[in-house]
Design a binder for this molecule. Structure first.
Ligand SMILES: [Zn+2]
Length: 415
């Protein structure tokens, strides 16, 4: 058993342009390619236009497939998302929720403020931008990121969105059985449950679909899936009409349903999927942060829950044992075996498309990222990947993956 292929990601923005010379960027990419025989390089250019030629020329010369790593609903390339264009949640406000929200949200370069998936103008403009990038540059494909509703890191109120007028129209056009007014009443009941239910009431409901069913909200659960599939289709069309491939960046199956991402449906639009079951990352999509946000969110909405009870409910949703505080979870992460468990979970629903699934692992160790991924954590990941006999995407930014780590990965690859 071994790792059968490596892809990686590179993001070049202001920080990277100030930190590295162009020559240094080139050297780092070429070195990684020499060592690991990188199959796909996923490139987000948040800096100078000339970076496109720099990176794409290296890809063409070395036989790497270049993918345009493209943000769909948050952190757009050419404009900010305004709060007024973002998800309207159960409290009637737009923008981030409050309960369990990641305290650092909105402070870094990445805002994770999500545009409503039904917003016409934003997605017309943004998908047209993708089309222009593909016309201009010889990318093999697109790698779509942030195709979703907000996750727990944005605050739990967002689970009940989007409730904006555009979404209401879309919902009513889809001829669901229950009316919008009835839907809102049922949502209020579910929100009441979040604020009042005892731990024992949660026990039979710790699967997302079951929870929504229990409150008669299956239609809304379905609606969110449909909105995200439709949105994905808008962007993948830009790639397909130009004969390009499509990769998708999807959240770990334990939380993807709550962001409207359904693996089986979305796999119909893609050639491959990166599964983001990050066991250590202290940022959105990372299991420690997302599970910690759910835990803190449950407590914030219902202070009567004890820490241990909120941890147990969270652990049931994530299908892993969570003990201790969110701070401890952030420090220690979850065991690397969780990655395998989650990839298997995704595979169950898509038996004929399992070969699309490629686990991503975070491998950065650089002062910009806290905490850095430690050597023993990487070893644990590599042991798991070994046993899975699969490809992997090493994240996020090849510029910050130490050579020593790249050597460790190399040793686990097929000769
Ligand atoms: Zn909306």
């Amino acid at each position: 058993m071994a790792i059968t292929g490596i892809s990686t990601q590179i993001m070049i923005g202001k920080t990277e342009e100030e930190t590295f010379s162009r020559k240094e960027i080139e050297t780092r990419i070429r070195k990684a390619q020499d060592l690991l025989g990188i199959k796909r390089l996923l490139f987000w250019n948040a800096g100078e236009e000339s970076n496109f030629d720099l990176v794409l020329d290296i890809c063409l010369q070395t036989g790497m497939e270049a993918y345009c790593w493209f943000p769909v609903a948050a952190d757009l390339m050419n404009r900010e998302v305004m709060a007024a264009e973002s998800i309207e949640n159960i409290t009637g406000t737009r923008g981030y929720g409050r309960a369990g929200r990641w305290p650092k949200l909105g402070r870094g370069e990445e805002k994770f403020l999500f545009a409503c998936p039904s917003h016409g103008e934003i997605h017309d403009e943004n998908s047209a931008l993708l089309g222009r990038l593909l016309d201009k540059h010889p990318f093999t494909g697109v790698f779509l990121d942030r195709i979703r509703y907000p996750s727990f890191a944005d605050g739990l109120e967002s689970l009940f969105g989007c409730l904006c007028p555009d979404c209401r129209r879309a919902y009513e056009d889809d001829n669901f059985k229950i009316s919008w007014e009835e839907l809102r009443l049922r949502q209020e009941e579910m929100f009441h449950f979040f604020r009042n239910a005892a731990a024992v009431d949660w026990a039979p409901l710790t699967q997302w679909q079951k929870l929504f069913e229990a409150f008669g909200l299956s239609d809304f659960y379905e609606f969110r899936y449909r909105r995200i599939e439709r949105l994905t289709g808008i962007y993948t069309t830009e790639a397909r009409i130009r004969g390009r491939k499509v990769g998708l960046d999807l959240l770990s199956p334990s939380l993807s349903p709550m962001t409207g991402q359904d693996y089986p449906r979305l796999s119909r639009h893609s050639d491959w999927i990166k599964v983001m079951s990050y066991c250590y990352a202290n940022g959105p999509a990372g299991i420690p942060l997302e599970a910690g946000s759910l835990l803190r969110g449950l407590k914030a909405l219902n202070p009567a829950l004890s820490d241990a009870e909120a941890a147990a409910i969270t652990g049931s949703f994530f299908q892993t044992s969570i003990t201790g505080t969110p701070e401890k979870l952030l420090r220690n992460g979850v065991p690397a075996e969780y990655l395998k468990q989650e990839v298997n979970r995704a595979a169950v629903g898509m038996p004929d498309r399992q070969d699309q699934l490629i686990p991503g692992i975070e491998v950065v160790n650089h002062p910009f990222f806290t905490p850095p991924v430690k050597k023993n954590q990487l070893t644990a990941y590599l042991d798991v990947l070994d046993s899975m006999d699969c490809e992997t995407v090493i994240c996020w930014n090849i510029l910050y993956i130490p050579e020593e780590y790249q050597m460790m990965i190399k040793q686990r690859m097929n000769p």
